[in-house]
Design a protein around this ligand. Sequence first.
Ligand code: SAM
Length: 255
Amino acid sequence: MSSIAAYDPELYALLHVGNAGDLDFYREACSTASSVLELGCGHGRVLRALASEGKRIVGLEIDAGLLGLAERLCSRLRQAEAASISLVRGDMRDFEIEGRFERIIIPYSGLYCLSSSEERRRCLTQIRRHLAPGGEVIFDLYFADPTHDELVGEPVKEDGPTKVATLRWRDQVWEVRERSRWDPTQQRVDVIYEHVPKGGGAPVLTSLCHHYLRTGELLPLFANAGLALEALAGDFVGGPLREESELVVGRARAQ
Ligand SMILES: C[S@@+](CC[C@H](N)C(=O)[O-])C[C@H]1O[C@@H](n2cnc3c(N)ncnc32)[C@H](O)[C@@H]1O
């Protein structure tokens, strides 16, 4: 019998590899900044892309296992690059980091990890406090409006299992299948990943819960924290947000 595992950070890192083009986007968006704060830095996937001699790049992460993996992976960078990164165990809803940052980034739908408008308000208030004058807040989210709009009035939508990846982990090949459950009333998505070892054996199940936002909610959310949302694109190269977009890429500054 399989049950939901306390996930292994390495397994998480192998599956959650980001969206195509995101590293180039964040590298470019942060290229002129001398200080960058990433909220929810996970295993340091984006931090490592931003590492650069002489910069201050801080990653904040709530999960000790992921932070440990980030530390290990960042230590493999060239010394001068590794020295640009500091890792902080903390909560994006309530953090205090010395200094202010020219960029504060929340990649890969990290904002959806916050479960209520109160949690989002607290997070954005802290962001506003940590933003340097003229600094920018930059984030990307998956575009939830189309699925949400399709579902309004329906109880829930269950999808899958759908094969989403094949991974090599612990000397085995694993096929990963995803099952998701969308609840439009709660604006909540629960995902279960079933990792099935190809050579036989018990599957490993991991789970993820997101509280998604509709794009119409973003502007007031940021405005209430004193942040003006200046751009909302539909991809990482500045294309417009359309019905068929998969992403919402936002940039905000202090009002
Ligand atoms: C979707 S992952 C993104 C990871 C990384 N930014 C990337 O792009 O690969 C969201 C991350 O936010 C972290 N997280 C969730 N809630 C958090 C909180 N309240 N404070 C800090 N980190 C949090 C999760 O543990 C996870 O690593």
